[in-house]
Write a protein of this length. Structure first.
Lengths: 120, 415
């Protein structure tokens, strides 16, 4: 079972008290966007095999949303951070880069982390 | 290919079964093929099989990173049905179900298709209305289903407790020609059929890169070297996104874990398939006597082939309410598969931004039933370069154009 530290209330929340909210840092589409941009916003998730940044709701706890960084090939949790972040905090990205090179796992893990740095 | 028959069985019985040949060859890859199919699951194999059988294209290789049928095809709970809502779905799923009826004869291999009938239980008033609506739609689509009141459900399934405390059974959608088949046998039979036409099935050969020139595919990089091709079919379920990335485009897919479990074998007591979407559980009894149980999918991206414990608990809890005798059974095995979910819960059979690359994916939690129909439609798309009527509604463009084939109601639970 996944256990994530809720950055809002500080509790170590178990998966059963959480609700998964999907990929984080998706920028909302606006009225002037093209069909392709709307499609990307609506459907084209990164679906990374490696480090994923995602939203979670502390549903049966404090009821607040937050963000987490997790490895989708190992379920390793790198950390959680506030929902009000437009991108993952720099310290967390460093932790991830260190963890990924330590464990020697997946290039995709490393490239996923890089990708998200460039992204937002 | 040796034909299997009662005479062959008798002959081999006499000589201690020493004369059987391997069901399919495992050659080293050639340098170039007309068509390469990536993924030796049911859909990849069926695509290859019908490419040969319906379109005469046999210079084909099927590349598999692990072992044949070791993906979701060998991990599913084998429910076969075609009682979907939308016309496009009914067409391809019913084509598939009807191909299953004669698949054993066609492939000269017993895939143990068992059209034992399937109950979709209605346990809320919303579901009652939903299933009545599907029944009406199915009537117009030529898919035989009916709506049953609780008494008729009890007759079909006496071991079930219809008056469960949380969700009493209010009725059911009944598809009498739905059922199950043996999953491994479907993969093995198709592989044997492909091999007999001279196709190359190459296992433990992951594709690690895709080469293209002037916007068209030219070959794939694998751990066994570079292999050229004129056309490439990506049929890799939960791993489709990774392959699309190699080819330089993104798919509207999220990969999540779906789990199943089986009990110790018991005497025959359940001769229909029962699905209960409200409580998230479904069950059938295998020919060996095991109760085959599945439930809901996890909600987050996962490539580990392991799912969450609480989903097993949720599924078992739901089924024990409906089948109290299950509480006395020991569960033997539990496993997970990585399923490829699309936003409208319908598959993708489509051309892609790269010429001569085609994708077949997005079958999510319910593609075992679709194996022959999907192969049929996909082979036409690959052979002609354009989709036929079965595949056309399932193009990638539908997400951009808003032409969704919305099956959230009919596919509300994993199956
Ligand atoms: C627990 C569970 C229960 C299910 N129950 C049902 C059910 O009752 N009824 C139903 O209709 N459906 C069910 N499904 C869904 C069904 O199993 C799938 O939709 C179907 O099997 C998909 O077949 P496929 O050939 O597309 O994928 P797979 O069988 O997964 O085949 C894809 C293959 O591609 C290979 N591959 C991936 N990447 C690469 C690469 N880079 N290079 C080479 N090869 C690669 C994989 O190793 C794999 O063998 C269930 C699924 C699960 C997990
Ligand atoms: Zn909290």
């Amino acid at each position: 079972m996944l256990r994530l530290r809720c950055p809002v209330c500080g509790m170590l929340a178990e998966e059963t008290e959480l609700h998964a909210g999907g990929e984080a840092h998706i920028v909302r589409a606006t009225a002037g966007d093209s069909d392709a941009e709307f499609e990307a916003y609506m459907f084209l998730r990164k679906n990374v095999k490696g480090v994923v940044f995602e939203r979670w709701l502390h549903q049966y706890g404090c009821g607040k949303w937050f963000h987490a960084a997790r490895n989708s090939t190992s379920h390793q949790i790198y950390g959680t951070y506030p929902a009000q972040s437009a991108e993952p905090p720099a310290a967390l990205l460093e932790t991830i880069a260190a963890a990924v090179s330590d464990s020697g796992i997946t290039e995709s893990g490393a490239s996923a982390a890089d990708e998200s740095t460039n992204d937002s | 290919m040796d034909r299997y028959s009662v005479f062959a069985l008798a002959r081999e019985a006499i000589r201690n079964h020493r004369g059987w040949n391997r069901a399919w060859e495992s050659p080293a890859p050639d340098r170039h093929y007309d068509v390469i199919v990536v993924g030796a699951g049911g859909h990849g194999l069926a695509t290859a099989y019908y490419l040969g059988k319906n379109h005469g294209i046999t210079n084909v290789a099927i590349l598999e990173k692990g072992w044949l049928g070791g993906g979701n095809t060998g991990r599913n709970t084998t429910i076969i049905r075609s009682n979907y809502l939308q016309d496009a779905s009914a067409a391809i799923y019913e084509k598939s179900r009807s191909l299953y009826e004669t698949l054993s004869q066609d492939l000269n291999y017993n895939v143990m298709f068992s059209p034992r009938g399937l109950l979709n239980l209605a346990q809320t008033h919303h579901e009652v209305r939903g299933y009545r609506r599907i029944m009406s739609a199915n009537g117009l689509q030529g898919v035989a289903t009916s709506y049953l009141e609780p008494d008729a459900v009890r007759k079909l399934c006496p071991v079930m407790n219809l008056n469960g405390p949380r969700y009493p059974v209010l009725g059911a959608l009944w598809q009498p020609r739905a059922g199950t088949a043996r999953h491994d046998a479907v993969a093995w039979a198709l592989a044997r059929g492909c091999s007999a036409m001279g196709m190359h099935i190459i296992e433990t050969c992951p594709v690690i890169g895709i080469r293209s020139a002037d916007g068209a595919v030219s070959g794939v990089e694998t751990t066994k070297g570079l292999i050229g091709c004129n056309k490439l079919a990506l049929v890799a379920a939960g791993h489709s996104g990774t392959l699309a990335e190699m080819a330089g485009f993104r798919l509207p897919i999220e990969s999540v874990a779906l789990q199943a479990l089986v009990s110790e074998p018991v005497k025959p007591c359940l001769d229909v398939v029962v699905m209960a979407n409200t409580v998230h559980g479904y069950i059938s009894q295998s020919d060996k006597g095991e109760m085959v149980i599945g439930g809901g999918a996890d909600q987050y991206v996962n490539y580990t082939q392991r799912g969450s414990f609480q989903h097993i608990e949720e599924t078992v809890r739901a089924l024990i309410e409906m089948f109290p005798f299950l509480s006395n059974l020991t569960m033997l095995r539990q496993w997970g598969g990585i399923v490829d979910m699309t936003g409208d819960r319908s598959p993708i059979l489509s051309k892609t931004p790269v010429d001569n690359i085609f994708v077949n994916c997005g079958w999510g939690t319910g593609g075992f039933k679709a194996i022959p129909g999907s192969g049929w439609a996909m082979s036409e798309l690959v052979a002609k370069g354009e989709p036929g009527t079965l595949a056309a509604p399932f193009s990638l463009n539908r997400f951009r154009e808003g032409m969704y084939v919305d099956e959230n109601l009919a596919a509300g639970v994993a199956h």
